[in-house]
Write a protein that binds this ligand. Structure first.
Ligand SMILES: NC(=O)c1ccc[n+]([C@@H]2O[C@H](COP(=O)([O-])OP(=O)(O)OC[C@H]3O[C@@H](n4cnc5c(N)ncnc54)[C@H](OP(=O)(O)O)[C@@H]3O)[C@@H](O)[C@H]2O)c1
Length: 325
């Protein structure tokens, strides 16, 4: 979901012009991004709280042993370093995006630098999009939702709506097929799961973002290659992106990550209420973050993005996007 770009000036800024900072470079996503950008010849700078872990991750990514790293242990401290040194781009993979994204993105804008994250929740996505005017004035580009779900569903919606007036209703479905890496779940992923349970579901009705049940409208999707998966409603970045792309008054989003089993769907509202108690939330994030998972292969050969778009005159269009992991 790219929201901002502009032609504002960076004149006079003493920028570390070619550097791409990876916040969370020791994590699952950060390691992958650092490795791929290094392989493309970009000047990658790991940013994180442990110099040793970053050195190990840097070596794995193909960085030289004496490569620069930035040590900082909170979004605020990272932002201070960004303001001081003006990297060209900051890729934020540290999680808790509703809190960390605006702090780091604003620091990027202070020097006309650019910002990318993998947020996929409604609060974080709307929070970053709200910085549009500010970013345009700064000449910065801010990208949120740069993960599979938003990219795969927004692209299909844009294609289906190409050259047509705003539709009446949009539904998007995201089914990622991802291999599981062995090890602890980690705090970033754990807090994302707990936040999703606490927030409950969302949809757009008559142009307004309204509450719905997490796991609403469960269904089995059959993909064009004959395989299938269950999806159900979530409050996600996909929902925000589809609404922004189509400007339809009625929008829903489902994901294969949402609870679809009847028993789980029944207990989710109560679980969400319990986890909204701060002490219980902290405990749950801590415990869940320590849970170790076994390595598992991808469940399907492909990841799928899907959209169904309907216009007031009864026209209906459907599209699929097929991707790797
Ligand atoms: N939209 C999508 O498609 C998508 C896909 C995958 C993941 N995600 C989201 O992206 C986030 C990262 O996922 P992940 O699986 O890569 O998590 P992860 O493996 O736990 O990595 C988190 C990274 O952030 C760093 N970090 C955490 N807190 C920090 C702090 N206070 N200061 C500095 N660095 C800090 C960690 O550093 P340490 O080594 O010091 O712990 C680690 O490098 C999660 O929120 C996840 O939900 C989104």
């Amino acid at each position: 979901m790219t929201e901002t770009s502009g032609t504002g000036g960076t004149t006079g800024v003493n920028r570390t012009d070619d550097e791409v900072w990876i916040v969370g470079a020791t994590g699952r996503v950060g390691r992958g991004v650092a490795g791929r950008l290094t392989a493309r010849g970009l000047t990658v700078v790991p940013v994180g709280r442990s110099r040793e872990r970053m050195a190990a991750a840097g070596a794995e990514a193909g960085l030289p042993a004496d490569a620069k790293v930035v040590v900082a242990d909170s979004a605020e401290r990272i932002a201070q370093e960004v303001v001081r040194r003006h990297p060209r781009v900051v890729v934020n993979t540290m999680g808790d995006y509703a809190t960390t994204a605006p702090v780091i993105a604003r620091a990027c804008m202070s020097g006309g630098g650019h910002y990318v994250d993998q947020a996929n929740d409604v609060v974080a996505a709307r929070g970053l999009l709200a910085l549009h005017e500010e970013a345009t004035r700064a000449g910065s580009t801010l990208v949120t939702g740069a993960g599979f779900g938003v990219l795969a569903t927004e692209a299909v919606v844009l294609k289906l709506c190409e050259g047509r007036p705003a539709p009446h209703r949009v539904r998007v479905d995201s089914v990622a097929s991802v291999a599981v890496e062995a090890g602890a779940l980690g705090a970033a992923l754990a807090s994302g799961i707990v936040d999703a349970l606490t927030a409950g579901g969302r949809r757009y009705a008559d142009g307004e973002l309204v509450r719905s049940r997490l796991g609403a409208d469960p269904r089995r999707l059959t993909f064009p290659d004959g395989t299938s998966a269950k999806t159900a409603g979530v409050a996600s970045g996909e929902l925000v992106a589809a609404r922004a792309a189509a400007e339809a008054p009625f929008v829903t989003a489902t994901s294969s990550l949402a609870p679809t089993a009847p028993l789980l769907r029944a207990v989710v509202p109560l679980l969400g209420r319990l986890l909204s108690v701060p002490a219980l939330r902290r405990l749950a994030v801590d415990r869940l973050g320590r849970v170790t998972v076994k390595a598992a292969p991808r469940p399907r050969e492909h990841s799928w993005g899907h959209a169904v778009v309907e216009w007031a005159d009864g026209t209906r269009r459907e599209g699929w996007l097929r991707a790797g992991e």
